[in-house]
Ligand binder design. Structure first.
Ligand code: SF4
Ligand code: SF4
Length: 444
């Protein structure tokens, strides 16, 4: 079963730089800086104070809001500050700074949950929540909320192993090196949803990982089917993946559950397995540090809260002519200007580009070629959205469905006029949000 989605592009994937680099454990730094916002949804409130001693895996932040996930200490040691610190999103966010004592003293809460009644979905959802698991592919949507709101509605589980963005190989290495653990996580999720089938969707540029998974699955009756997809960007976006795997189309503004689907990232499935079998919450993640501007690309398992400069140093540092450091890949990553910002739960990659890859020109000009329209997987009209964003025409931006743009960057990539379309759409969304706030304030 394999369908296709509209638009998309075939960028040079650059994955060869790090694909053969086995996951290395990066020693925890002397200090970790753990922001209270590591997910989409309500930020957590600190549960510890300056001077407190915390243990590895101890819950240090939480909030009662449904769309949120608790936060845990990624090292043991002493809290030396609870204060706003730079976050990869470009703002200052309340953070807990822990001086690492190097002992990794484990919190008493870190115990296996395998003896609990995991067939009771409320027990499972609570365990996933308490482990602080979120969409580790970058979306950071709390996984417990996805499960609890999907039970009864969802008939299809899709494990997202597309990893379609250039340079990133962290999920690929996880599949290759930890296939049993990923499969175990998928089975736990199937059990929670009460489903006997799941699809593991992998792009055809990961054939050795596919072979490893097929070998394991052929010896068991798991109900997990591997879907091999032709490599295309942005295949890993939820809506496009659902269409490729099932042929179902999520309506504009709709959710995967509206068409009976739930999409879980590979590393999230791995994290679910670890949380249930070992009781270890989301305290680290595999990060691909790569790109033409990195001396020695690597896949590193780094603790949450590790400053990204540690990872860059561990990957041999910068090559000459660095132009951009991105958290994430070159298509959807956020540019970083402060190398002290920490690894967060959604940090699947740090990508470093040089001036050679820069698409910046002095006078970007639209030549009305229409290529941006032909690649947009959301059937949008990027050229008009750009024009109306420049003119601050909010009515037209709504008419052209700016908010449906998932910022995949396909239009920017293909544009011969070198317009930074996706940046204009991010700005446009912020302007729309401001405008809405102004209108609401005027009504109040
Ligand atoms: S791809 Fe670029 S140049 Fe072509 S129509 Fe779109 S914005 Fe204009
Ligand atoms: S960035 Fe937005 S407008 Fe451009 S191709 Fe992607 S979804 Fe379409």
């Amino acid at each position: 079963m394999s369908h296709s989605f509209f638009g998309g592009i075939h960028p040079d994937d650059g994955k060869a730089l790090s694909a053969n680099m086995a996951i290395e454990v990066l020693p925890a730094p002397k200090q970790v800086v753990i922001p209270m916002s590591l997910h989409i949804g309500a930020p957590c409130s600190p549960l510890v104070n300056k001077g407190d001693y915390v243990k590895l895996g101890q819950k240090i932040g939480d909030v009662g809001a449904p769309v949120s996930a608790p936060i845990h200490a990624s090292v043991s040691g002493t809290v030396v500050a609870v204060e706003p610190r730079p976050h990869p999103n470009g703002t200052n966010v309340m953070s807990i700074v822990i001086e690492n004592d190097g002992l990794d003293t484990l919190d008493e809460s870190v115990v296996s949950h395998l003896s609990e009644n995991l067939s009771d979905s409320s027990v499972f959802v609570k365990l996933v929540r308490e482990a602080g698991i979120v969409g580790m592919g970058g979306a950071t949507f709390p996984t417990h909320f996805k499960i609890s709101t999907g039970i009864g509605k969802v008939d299809t589980i899709i494990i997202n192993a597309a990893e379609c963005e250039p340079y990133i190989t962290s999920d690929y290495r996880t599949l290759l090196e930890k296939p049993e653990e990923v499969i175990s996580g998928i089975k736990l999720l199937m059990n929670a949803f009460g489903l006997s089938r799941a699809y593991l969707a992998v792009e055809a540029n990961k054939m050795d990982a596919i072979k490893v998974l097929q070998d394991i699955l052929s010896k068991q009756n798991s109900g997990i089917e591997i879907i091999v997809m032709k490599a295309r960007y942005p295949q890993g976006s939820e809506k496009q993946l659902i269409q490729t795997v099932t042929g179902r189309q999520v309506p504009p503004g709709g959710l995967p559950a509206d068409v009976g689907c739930v999409v879980i990232n590979t590393y999230t499935a791995w994290s679910v397995n670890r949380a249930i079998t070992e009781g270890m919450p989301a305290i680290d993640r595999v990060v691909t540090v790569s790109g033409p501007g990195i001396a020695s690309p690597k896949n590193l398992r780094a603790r949450i809260g590790t400053p990204i400069e540690y990872l860059i140093e561990a990957a041999g540092g910068f090559k000459p002519n660095v132009n951009k450091v991105l958290m994430g890949g070159p298509m959807m990553g956020n540019a970083q200007y402060d190398m002290s910002v920490p690894v967060i739960k959604g940090t699947n990659a740090i990508t470093v580009l040089t001036t050679k890859e820069s698409r910046d020109v002095e006078n970007p000009t639209c030549i009305r070629c229409g290529k941006c329209i032909s690649v947009c997987p959301m059937h949008l009209m990027p050229i008009y959205m750009y024009m109306y964003e420049r003119r601050n025409d909010f009515e037209a931006l709504n008419k052209y469905n700016l908010l449906d743009c998932m910022e995949c960057g396909s239009c920017t990539y293909i544009c011969p006029g070198r317009l930074n379309l996706v940046q204009s759409f991010r700005t446009g969304k912020a302007k729309l949000a401001n405008e809405r706030a102004k209108q609401q304030a005027a009504k109040a």
